[in-house]
Design a protein around this ligand. Sequence first.
Ligand SMILES: Nc1ccc2ncsc2c1
Length: 244
Amino acid sequence: MRIDVVSIFPEYLAPLELSLIGKARQDGLLELNVHDLRSFTTDRHRTVDDTPYGGGAGMVMKPEPWAQALESVAGAGMDSKPVLIVPSPAGEKFNQALAYELAEEQQLVFACGRYEGIDERVIDWAQDHFTVRPVSLGDYVLNGGEVAVLAMVEAIGRLLPGVVGNPESLVEESHSDGLLEYPVYTKPSAWRDHDVPPVLLSGNHGKIAQWRRHEQFRRTAERRPDLMEGLDAGVLSRADRQAL
Ligand SMILES: Nc1ccc2ncsc2c1
């Protein structure tokens, strides 16, 4: 997969040189390029914003630098149009299902807006060159798209083949099957008056699997009842229903 990120603060994306994503880039499992939007300006002051038509507070990002930047990163010769992800509080909600969907794409381009946002005509213009997806991390507002891109690139990148050492660890984590993950424990078994649940020390793998499944349901019902409604009936085994 190829990922391109366009931002006026390219240094904000430096954490993507570290850890799992950084190693995936070094190992050639992921190509990730960060571009400074100001490189695509033509005036002496490298201007990327201006006052909003219709008045109002703040500034709006000018369309032309964005069009120049997006044209330059749109990979040629792909089977399908690249996906242009625009982090925005007004976007579709990012979740694990969308992370899996985007991990299948050949190229993702992230446009990090700042100020009051990007001139809407860029989104309209981009429809001919990209599959455009405004995406929100959640119902809160940041100062720009960069932090959202860090989160999405990590969530997507770790799903790519070979990035996570043991793919098994992707199977039993939160949201992989629509449920929250079960609690985990390690040595010592007794710690500051808190003991590991005895079933986990029993060696009875059937009982352990049953306990873990029950804990997933208990936690999900307690912390995220909204996820319970969306559970696919096929996911629920008879034992699951008994655990509810
Ligand atoms: N451009 C911009 C501004 C705020 C914000 N909050 C979440 S994503 C995002 C993107």
